[in-house]
Design a protein around this ligand. Structure first.
Ligand code: CO
Ligand code: ZN
Length: 326
C-alpha cells in the first residue's frame, strides 16, 4: 500500500492539469478492467462489466495548488490559489511546477501583523534574476503543487496530496483485487473536485449509476485543541452521514455499516461541518443517485504534511470489496 500511495502522491495533478496522475493511475489498473476511457473533462473511467447493479465509485485525482499570475521585473512570481490553499500552510514551503521548476513561497517582509498575511502579499522565488529568465521556466497560468514526499512512520503516512490520492490508492487496490460479482462497477478518478466537485458531476451524468460511493479524506478531531469532531485517525474508515455537499442516502449508509459489521472491521461515522466531496455532485445528477461516502480520516488536510493511518486505508479497501459484491 505504501509504495502505491508514494507513487500516486508523487505525481503532479493540480486541478485542471491531471494528465500526469491520470497516466500513473491508468498504468496501474489497465490490465485489470474491461474498459478504460478518459471523458471530455478528463475523468478517468474504468469499468468492470456486469449484468447487476451499476455501482459508481469515485475518488478525485486532482490536488490543490497555486497558479502563476504575474512575474515582476526581478523575476519574482505572484500567484493565486487553485482550490483551498491556506496562506499560513503555504508560507515557507516549496512548490513544484509540472516541468520540475521549484519555487520557494515567501512574503513581503514589511507586513507588520501576520494576521494580515494574504496570498496577494506572497510570492514565489524560483531563483531567477529577471523577468526574462523567470519566463523561461514559468509562464502565466502555469500551476504548481506542494512539495512533500510521502514517508511512513509507524503506521502513519505523511505526504502532500493524501487528499485524495489516498482515496485513489484505495480504488486502485480494489481494482487489483477485484472480487467476483455480477454488478457493473465504474471506478471513476475524477478531475477538479477541489474547484467544486466538477468532474464527478459530468461523470455521474454519463454513467447514471444505481448507487454511488465517493472515497475521500475527511478532517479529524484528534489533535491538540482541535475542533470538536468524532473522527479519529486509526479508528477505521468513516461512513459519511453529512457534509456541506450531501446528506448520505440512508440505504447507502446502512449498506456501508452492515458491510463493516459483517467484516468485523472498525468503522466510525463522519459529520463534516465544512467542505464537501464528489458524492455532493453525484447525488443531484442524472435524475438523482443514492449516494454516500467512505471518508479516510486525515490530519492537516490541504497542507504538505497531511497524515493518514495506513490501517484505515487497508480497511477502506476491505469495506469496498464487500460492498461491491452486494
Ligand atoms: Co481537498
Ligand atoms: Zn478531497
Amino acid at each position: 500500500m505504501f509504495d502505491l500511495v508514494k507513487k500516486l502522491t508523487g505525481a503532479f495533478g493540480v486541478s485542471g492539469n491531471e494528465e500526469e496522475i491520470r497516466d500513473v493511475i491508468a498504468a496501474e489498473i489497465r490490465p485489470k478492467v474491461d474498459e478504460i476511457k478518459v471523458d471530455a473533462l478528463g475523468n478517468l473511467i474504468a469499468v468492470k462489466k456486469g449484468t447487476g447493479k451499476k455501482i459508481m465509485l469515485a475518488a478525485h485525482m486532482d490536488e490543490i495548488g497555486i497558479m502563476a499570475t504575474y512575474i515582476d521585473d526581478k523575476g519574482f512570481i505572484r500567484f493565486s490559489n487553485i482550490g483551498g490553499i491556506s496562506q499560513y500552510y503555504a508560507l515557507g514551503q516549496r512548490v513544484r511546477f509540472k516541468n520540475g521548476t521549484i519555487g520557494s513561497v515567501f512574503y513581503e517582509e514589511k507586513l507588520d501583523d501576520m494576521k494580515n498575511l494574504k496570498l496577494s502579499k506572497m510570492y514565489l522565488d524560483i531563483g531567477a534574476k529577471s523577468k526574462d529568465e523567470a519566463e523561461k521556466k514559468v509562464k502565466i497560468g502555469d500551476t504548481a503543487c506542494f512539495v512533500g514526499e510521502a514517508l511512513m512512520q509507524g503506521d502513519m503516512l505523511v505526504s502532500k496530496a493524501l487528499d485524495d490520492r489516498s482515496g485513489c490508492a484505495v480504488l486502485v487496490k480494489v481494482i487489483q483485487n477485484m472480487p467476483l460479482t455480477e454488478n457493473e462497477v465504474y471506478f471513476v478518478f475524477t478531475v477538479q473536485e477541489e474547484l467544486g466537485l466538477r468532474g464527478a458531476k459530468t461523470a455521474a451524468y454519463q454513467i447514471k449509476p444505481d448507487i454511488a460511493i465517493a472515497v475521500d479524506v475527511t478532517l479529524t478531531g484528534d489533535t491538540p485543541e482541535s475542533n470538536v469532531m468524532e473522527v479519529k485517525c486509526g479508528f477505521g474508515p468513516a461512513i459519511k452521514i453529512k457534509d456541506n455537499s450531501v446528506i448520505s442516502h440512508p440505504e447507502v449508509k446502512r449498506l456501508l455499516e452492515n458491510s463493516a459489521k459483517e467484516l468485523n472491521i472498525p468503522y466510525q461515522f463522519e459529520i463534516l461541518e465544512k467542505g464537501g466531496t464528489d458524492a455532493g455532485a453525484i447525488h443531484i445528477t442524472a435524475g438523482g443517485v443514492p449516494s454516500g461516502a467512505i471518508s479516510i480520516p486525515c490530519r492537516y488536510v490541504h497542507s504538505p504534511v497531511e497524515m493518514v493511518n495506513i490501517n484505515d486505508l487497508e480497511n477502506s479497501v476491505n469495506l469496498l470489496m464487500k460492498v461491491i459484491v452486494k
